[in-house]
Write a protein that binds this ligand. Structure first.
Ligand code: ADP
Ligand code: MG
Length: 653
């Protein structure tokens, strides 16, 4: 601090978004209030991790010898709970920014879009977590007294009752760290019960790596006699050794589960560890535990969540693995230990091969990091493959949540290309709603089929309706559905072939199909028969189409639009459109089915009177229908006027 006079007590306004959040919390009927303790303990643990990391290189801190721990001190009668830590602490400015504002932009945007009462705490937790502010679910008033680790800083108390402003007061705090004093709401006074705290810590914070102590006054003789025969929990309770009238009981086991032998860890322990790590309520879909020391030392537990996080595509999302070296947390969200496309994997990595004083910036350049990341990626892909072999249903769940990441991986990770291809799943015209592999597709296709066919669509229902499927349905040929607009556009660019068979989009103008004997001639004949009508179509549609021709691949549909350009440029066009960019559109070829009643009627009408105005309207509508089926129609509502005119004509008695 400078030599100017320290500011005295002061009232400050919360940032607007914080007010909104506090308002939502205050009116919430959310019942899992005990998560506030998990959040505060998690913050204390973060603060302890940070001082531990700081002290690797800087011993010049307040209270350098203090035990790194968390203390819970309930006062049942007063309805007060105190949570303190010997972590990094906060100075005045940090109290203001950390507890008076919300840093991440996603949360701001989200809160600005909602009204209190319109959104639930669950939703907010799902989006970005409520963190510190969750304390106001149980608190009438909160006092945070903190002293920063910087020796020149003194203590400050931050006081709030959850209203629109908070107060800052200089504090006389001798020790480093943060103490949060909670005046509990009358209905929530059980959070000042020792047994309740113990139960919550076991459930939500057992794996926190610093000790969490329950601090209780020692009641001199009161229980001494009655307890004599009872089985005292000797290991847990530390007597009042220093005679200050209080006892400390450690509540958590502090187990570093990733440093244990995999065979000694129970399934439920992994699940619980995951829930505590992710600050969530769901069990993971899969865990993997790897302990090895060659080629590099790794102790790791990784998880595949059972659900894709709501915010996984948001820029503000912090993801990555927790990186420890010799049990010290070096980085909370490390992104260098797994390839980008596996960013949905959560877990902990501990490696003694990373030097302890490694700065966060240089982790990336460390040769051990590269080795670890290769080992982990290989392991994750192998475990997924095993899961697919062992439990189809679970794998399907994985695929539905995270399949898009596997597809993205194919575009970037050439080293694991074969493993990734093995993980791909598709629905097809013959899979009956199940997921199949390319392998299964290849195995059951007829001997004369030379390509792997797929059809694109904005979603599964649309893909199912595609007119391009006519021929394949009629000839019992299987076609894969590429119905995820983004992921499958990537896929069609990165997966050109499988076992030397090309993947072919069935909307291609020059698609080759088995069994074409005889069709060629038929098509020439049809072309001639439709000649006049085709010319009329060309005259009406003009520059909008590349060409108009008759088709031998249509059966049930009267028309379709086929793509005559390079398949790469189509995928590119699709991607650009998805990203909202105006891409140069390759003109399509309109194909007509000369056997369809509509086309025959149009031909008859054209033969009777080539200038019939209704004919022009009908041609326009045929084209619009084809555009709709390709998901290419720029403005469907604009068709109603014409449809009405056609209906009037058709309804004339
Ligand atoms: P998050 O933990 O996701 O950052 P929180 O709302 O839980 O969000 O906490 C906000 C910030 O307040 C933290 O990032 C941290 O900087 C600060 N903070 C909260 N509790 C403590 C504490 N016990 N010690 C030091 N800093 C803390
Ligand atoms: Mg937090």
């Amino acid at each position: 601090m400078s030599d100017t006079v320290a500011p005295g007590p002061e009232k400050l306004q919360y940032q607007t978004e914080v007010k909104q959040l506090l308002d939502i919390l205050a009116h919430s009927l959310y019942t899992e209030k005990d998560i506030f303790l998990r959040e505060l303990i998690s913050n204390a643990s973060d603060a302890l991790n940070r001082i531990q990391f700081e002290m690797l290189t800087n011993q010049d801190v307040t209270d350098a010898d203090a035990e790194l721990a968390i203390w819970l001190e309930p006062e049942r009668d007063a309805g007060i709970l105190r949570i303190s830590d010997s972590g990094i602490g906060m100075n005045r400015e940090e109290l203001v920014t950390n507890l008076g504002t919300i840093a991440h932009s996603g949360a701001k945007a989200f809160l600005n879009g909602v009204e209190p009462g319109e959104t639930s705490v669950e939703e907010i937790i799902g989006q970005f977590g409520v963190g510190f502010y969750s304390v106001f679910m149980v608190a009438k008033e909160v006092r945070v007294t903190s002293r920063s680790h910087c020796p020149e800083e003194s203590g400050w108390t931050w006081i709030s009752d959850g209203g629109s402003e908070y107060e800052l007061v200089p504090a006389d705090k001798a020790s480093r760290g943060t103490e949060i004093e909670i005046r509990l709401k009358d209905d929530d006074s059980d959070f000042a019960d020792a047994w309740r705290l113990e139960e919550i810590v076991k459930r939500h914070s057992d794996f926190v790596s610093f000790p969490i102590y329950l601090v209780e006054p020692v009641e001199p003789d009161a229980d001494a006699e009655t307890d004599e025969d009872a089985e005292a929990p000797v290991e847990a309770v530390a007597a009042d050794e220093d005679g200050d009238g209080v006892s400390q009981t450690k509540l958590n086991s502090q187990t570093a589960i990733w440093r244990q032998t995999p065979s000694s860890v129970l399934e439920e322990d992994y699940n619980q560890f995951f829930r505590q790590l992710a600050l969530g309520a769901d069990d993971p879909l899969l865990h993997m535990h790897l302990v090895t020391d060659s080629p590099v030392d790794i102790r790791t537990v990784l998880f595949i969540p059972s659900k894709r996080p709501d915010d996984i595509f948001m820029a503000h999302r912090e993801d990555g693995l927790r990186l420890y070296s010799r049990k010290i947390l070096i980085q909370k969200h490390n992104r260098d230990l797994l390839p980008e496309y596996l960013r949905f994997v959560e877990g902990v990595v501990d490696s003694e091969d990373l030097p302890l004083n490694v700065s966060r910036e240089t982790i990336q350049d460390n040769p051990a990091t590269r080795q670890i990341s290769q080992t982990l990626a290989r392991r994750v892909l192998r475990e997924l493959d095993r899961l697919a072999g062992r439990d189809e249903e679970k794998y399907a769940q994985f695929w539905e949540q995270f399949g898009m990441f596997v597809k993205a991986g194919l575009a970037t990770d050439f080293e694991h290309r074969d493993s990734l291809i093995g993980l791909l799943r598709f629905k097809s015209t013959k899979s009956d709603g199940d997921w199949i592999t390319l392998e299964q597709y290849a195995e059951r296709m007829p001997a004369n089929q030379k390509f792997i066919y797929y059809v694109e669509g904005p979603d599964l229902d649309a893909a199912r309706r595609s007119p391009h499927l006519d021929y394949y349905k009629a000839h019992d040929l299987e076609v894969l559905y590429f119905s995820d607009p983004v992921a499958d556009a990537y896929l069609s660019m990165s997966l050109m072939d499988f076992r030397e068979m090309k993947l072919v989009n069935v909307d291609s103008a020059d698609v080759e199909v088995p069994d074409t004997a005889g069709d060629e001639e038929a098509s020439v004949e049809a072309d001639e028969a439709l000649q006049g009508l085709v010319e009329k179509f060309k005259a009406v549609l003009g520059e909008r189409v590349e060409d108009v021709r008759s088709s031998n691949l249509l059966v049930e549909n009267p028309s379709r639009l086929v793509y005559a350009g390079e398949s790469m440029s189509r995928a590119f066009e699709r991607m650009s459109n998805l990203m909202g960019q105006e891409a140069p559109q390759q003109k399509r070829i309109l194909e007509l089915n000369s056997d369809h009643e509509l086309v025959r009627n149009l031909k008859a009408r054209h033969d009777a009177d080539a200038a019939d105005p209704l004919l022009t309207e009908l041609i326009e509508q045929v084209y619009d229908n084809a555009l709709l089926l390709e998901d290419m129609h720029p403005e469907p509502a604009a068709m109603t006027e014409r449809i009405l005119a056609i209906m009037v004509a058709a309804s004339r008695a």
